[in-house]
Ligand binder design. Structure first.
Ligand SMILES: O=P(O)(O)OC[C@H]1O[C@](O)(COP(=O)(O)O)[C@@H](O)[C@@H]1O
Ligand SMILES: [Mn+2]
Length: 651
């Protein structure tokens, strides 16, 4: 573009802007408004990761803002309220519908109940006023329940013009009560408080797999006021399945069978499993290696368990077969060692992998042709094709996957930090590892950008099932240089069929020990054009084994690992239900969570299931909006408006 074109474009833009700001005063007002926002303290960011379908635990962390709601209640009421009263109020804010029912049952007379309403509404208004002190009025208004905006603003702002504040509150609230609106108002106020304590949510990957309700988590995120997602390896597996990768599809079904979560496929997403069930019933029998993991709350009957065991085998074998042609057509994936079906000696029931020969047990090779082990029999081919069709036709899945694409990225640079689920592949010397894609070598940030490009490419061509982009999504799940997998190879086959546990080991990328080193972290931040002094890397993906003394804050605070540990299946190895992170204008705080019991426990006993907060760092100076990504955007707007001012209104 020539300088002349540029000038032309700018003038067009300014003319457009002038349509909206058609008077000098309007421009001035907007500049002053934006300028004052820049000086407000930065909003609170909330980081969670590895939710793994654990909807209830996630809901709890979200509703209490990783302890932020309670902290605000404490700030205001610790002098006047007992611990028990604070817990009651906190539970009301987290679960207003349920808590209201419980509380209302305690009152014998209407007068007592009304008194409680008056007091509670007043306390909640106080909380809102405190929690919103760093927001503009317009932002607060957007967070208020629509039908009560007028009343709440009346209570928030006008009360102090009256001498007798209490009477004024009471008159309004009495009216609300007599009109039968008090429950609705309290519920609305509770959600407003939840929304005010967290300005923005980051989900650092792995919403899907292992737990029972990822679909409900997706609905929650879709309705959340402000969120971004850094895809995890499990999320990308689902994206891959929807984008046309049959092998990704086989994997998600296998994992659902393994964790007894086929309901997600059938009931939540309406995908017909009948063809797979028929195939499974025809070829497979009982097999302890494929028993589903049982839920604590839901007991399976013997028949159900047997059926899932059969499905689990059928889909695992389809998966192994589907891997083979991809490995063969993509030599740059460097995965020949994973041609497992070809490495089996079917007479001896042995396999030779990575130079070791192991006996196989619990095999289920009924549909395997020894001469051509990766060949899908006709029924398998038909089953996977039908399943893919059904997956791509699921309206709900489409909605959820579209949302993942819209709000998600492979990594995110946000307010100076790098958010990434897995890793940046490096060698043992800390050099970024190269990978060849389509004849070119990429490493570090460029490699990640290539990966993301191909995910989006595959997603926009769902009919293509065997192209490079679609194969690369599977590579991200399981390949050596995948930034999401972060291990050298996935030993799924060995885990099912080989007893010797040494064959199950999955070697991690050197990133996972090098990230302890602050110099290495600085280098990685620089790779992403971030300031190594200010920035930090926020990771998910690997459960932090607090039990073994592992510290989630690494490299002098340059690296923070917040695998949420929501996944029940992994809690016994971590000894804790994981971490979340809060980043407000005063600095960063890591929050450790206890196992989430039940909502009932919170409602009845006020148990927050939270434990310690560790300060990662305190800001020397309180961070303002002007120091954030949003601040930079606002500053650009101000600059434009200033140009408009001189272009249009000032001679
Ligand atoms: O414990 P499971 O369900 O068998 O899963 C094990 C597999 O999950 C992985 O750990 C990947 O999942 P994560 O992202 O949760 O770590 C693989 O490396 C491993 O093969
Ligand atoms: Mn992961």
């Amino acid at each position: 573009m020539t300088q002349y074109d540029n000038q032309n474009l700018k003038e067009k833009y300014l003319n457009l802007l002038a349509e909206k700001f058609d008077e000098e005063e309007k421009v001035a007002t907007e500049i002053i408004n934006l300028q004052s926002i820049l000086d407000l303290p930065k909003g609170t960011e909330h980081f969670v990761s590895d939710l793994h379908g654990e909807y209830h635990a996630f809901q709890h962390v979200l509703r209490n803002g990783s302890g932020n709601v309670r902290a605000k209640i404490n700030d205001i009421f610790k002098e006047t309220h007992s611990e028990e009263q604070i817990s009651e109020l906190a539970a009301l804010v987290y679960y207003p519908e349920e808590k209201l029912k419980l509380i209302k049952n305690q009152f014998e007379t209407k007068t007592d109940l009304n008194e409680w309403y008056i007091e509670t509404i007043q306390q909640m208004i106080h909380l809102i006023s405190y929690a919103s002190s760093k927001y503009t009025r317009s932002k607060l208004r957007k967070a208020l329940p629509k039908q009560f905006v007028y009343i709440i603003e009346e209570l928030l702002y006008k009360s102090n013009v009256y001498n007798n504040k209490t009477t004024y509150y009471e008159t309004i609230v009495q009216k609300v009560i007599s009109l039968g609106q008090s429950d609705k108002l309290i519920i609305g106020l509770a959600y407003t408080i939840q929304q005010l304590v967290v300005d923005h949510l980051h989900v650092v990957g792995d919403i899907y797999d292992r737990g029972p309700e990822p679909d409900k988590i997706m609905e929650t995120l879709i309705n959340y006021h402000s969120v971004d997602i850094q895809w995890g390896n499990h999320d990308v597996l689902w994206i891959g399945a929807y984008a046309g990768s049959k092998v990704c599809l086989a994997n998600i079904l296998r994992i659902c069978a393994r964790y007894d979560n086929l309901d997600i496929i059938e009931d939540a997403y309406g995908i017909n499993l009948r063809p797979l069930v028929n195939l499974a019933e025809k070829y497979y029998g009982d097999n302890p290696a494929f028993y589903p993991k049982e839920h604590t709350e839901k007991k399976l009957s013997a028949d159900e368990k047997l059926q899932i065991t059969k499905i689990h085998q059928a889909i695992a074998i389809i998966q192994f077969k589907l891997e083979s042609p991809i490995i063969k057509r993509r030599p740059s994936f460097d995965m020949e060692e994973r041609l497992v079906l070809e490495k089996v000696d079917y007479d001896k029931q042995e396999i030779t992998v990575y130079g070791h020969t192991y006996p196989l047990e619990n095999t289920c090779f009924e549909t395997i042709d020894r001469e051509n082990p990766a060949h899908l029999i006709e029924e398998e081919e038909e089953v996977i094709n039908k399943l893919l069709l059904s997956v791509q036709e699921s309206e709900k899945l489409k909605r959820h996957m579209n949302f993942l694409m819209k709000k998600g990225n492979l990594y995110l640079k946000y307010n100076g930090n790098l958010l990434i689920h897995g890793c940046i592949p490096v060698d043992e010397h800390g050099n970024m590892e190269d990978m060849e894609i389509d004849g070119k070598m990429y490493s570090g940030r460029e490699l990640l950008d290539q990966f993301e490009h191909h995910i989006r490419e595959s997603f926009s061509h769902k009919n293509e099932t065997d192209d490079l982009s679609t194969d690369l999504i599977w590579y991200l799940w399981t390949g050596k240089y995948s930034s999401l997998f972060g291990k050298r190879a996935m030993t799924t086959f060995e885990r099912y069929f080989i007893k010797d546990k040494s064959s199950h080991k999955e070697v991690k990328n050197p990133y996972y020990y090098l990230r302890e080193d602050s110099e290495m972290c600085r280098k990685m931040l620089e790779e992403f054009d971030l300031d190594p002094e200010q920035g930090r890397i926020i990771n998910g993906h690997t459960p932090v084994k607090e039990i073994d003394g592992e510290n989630p804050i690494k490299a002098n605070g340059k690296m923070i690992v917040i695998d949420g540990g929501f996944s029940k299946a992994y809690q016994s190895t971590t000894g804790i239900a994981g971490y979340t992170l809060l980043y407000n204008s005063f600095g960063m705080q890591l929050v450790a969570h206890k196992h989430f019991g039940t909502k009932e426990n919170v409602l009845l006993n006020g148990a927050d299931e939270l434990s310690v907060r560790r300060v990662v760092d305190e800001e020397l100076e309180r961070k303002k909006v002007r120091d954030t990504n949003i601040g930079a955007k606002l500053q650009e707007e101000i600059n434009m408006l200033q140009e408009l001012m001189s272009y249009r209104y000032i001679d």
